[in-house]
Design a protein around this ligand. Sequence first.
Ligand code: ARG
Length: 461
Amino acid sequence: ADKKTWSDRFEGSLHPAIALFNASIGFDIELIEYDLTGSIAHAKMLAHTGIISDSEAQQLVSGLEQIRSEYREGNFNPGIDQEDVHFAVERRLTEIVGDVGKKLHTARSRNDQVGTDIRLYLRDQIEQIRVQIREFQQVLLFHAENHVETLIPGYTHLQRAQPVSLAHHLLAYFQMAQRDWERLGEIKKRTNISPLGSGALAGTTFPIDRHYSAKLLEFEGVYINSLDGVSDRDFAIEFLNAASLIMVHLSRLSEEMILWSSQEFSFISLTDSCATGSSIMPQKKNPDVPELIRGKTGRVFGHLQGLLVLMKGLPLAYNKDLQEDKEALFDAVKTVKACLEAMTILLQEGIKFRTERLAQAVAEDFSNATDVADYLAARGVPFREAYNLVGKVVKTSLAAGKLLKDLTLEEWKQLHPAFEADIYAAIAPSQVVAARNSYGGTGFEQVRRAIETAKSQLEEP
Ligand code: ARG
């Protein structure tokens, strides 16, 4: 960087390796459109308050818009010598509009400027991610509507527990995504506060109007304290937390898809459009997409941890450490968007539920054992007693290589006189599911209601 970046206090120029080390232009160019928008609002505020003239502001605004066009056309490519996007824009502006360009930075610091930029950026990205979450929820809901009466083994400890409606299983993910969507909405509110006008740290001697620039930028409020304004990154940490939770949810679903597509489970098959082959084993079809989503989850967690640690020791107010917030945010945003898109496509066309295999799976296990105990308990046998008795039945059936449905009525009656012929209907998989009709349970009636609830959740603004 040439010494002219800073004031005439500097006589020498930066060591080239240090210039490279210090520069953020390699990544903060991502902020350019937000930086231009922020600068336009700042210029208008300067004219509004009489700090510069209207015609000066007009020149600044048209110069900034010209940079926007140059950038969009691929003709604005500042190099490392520009240090960061803020200097790069100011320098190009002065080339375009002449000396008036040097007035843009009146009553402003890069500290409140960069704070403004990342908030404008993040608020925009949050909205884009929320739209993607809606698309993800739509496809979950689509499958849920088609599979209310498709049963799938339900697990605890990854051991067969009780069968559930496949729709119920998918709607669990719908509700996780709903919380992600809501959480981002909350975070957007706290992100959408203007630090502009905080100056370097202490405010400014000029008669600025922070509310005016905030309004132009559609911020919902302004930072009350200038020191806080330039050094707060809580909103970014909150975002990374929300991003991490989105990834947790996508990763759990991915893990299930990976299991389900294995030969051992065979609950889904992968279509050619989303699966990959092996370079050596010709029989293979690999679930690379959910594996990559599961894998990419780690880097988003890393960014959250990184920013927490970055912040913990910082004295007020701005410190250059804060420049490190950007790559973390940019990469987390990019990763979450890519994973949401991939998962949505995977659900749209990458998997097929193997309903015949699912039906077979729920018919051939002991996941109806609770229902036998419930059967007795409903006929006056204390639940714990019934539970112990059924445990014994399972043990002897296992030894005999039988399932509960294979016991004769005589055998049932020997076990307990309360058993009647209706025991067979009570332990049939679809009845086992239908019977769990408590609120939020897997009973078909509940699931149909949950689908209606999900539809109305999608309508929330
Ligand atoms: N590139 C810097 C960042 O990303 C901009 C703010 C620099 N401010 C300063 N006082 N050095 O944080």
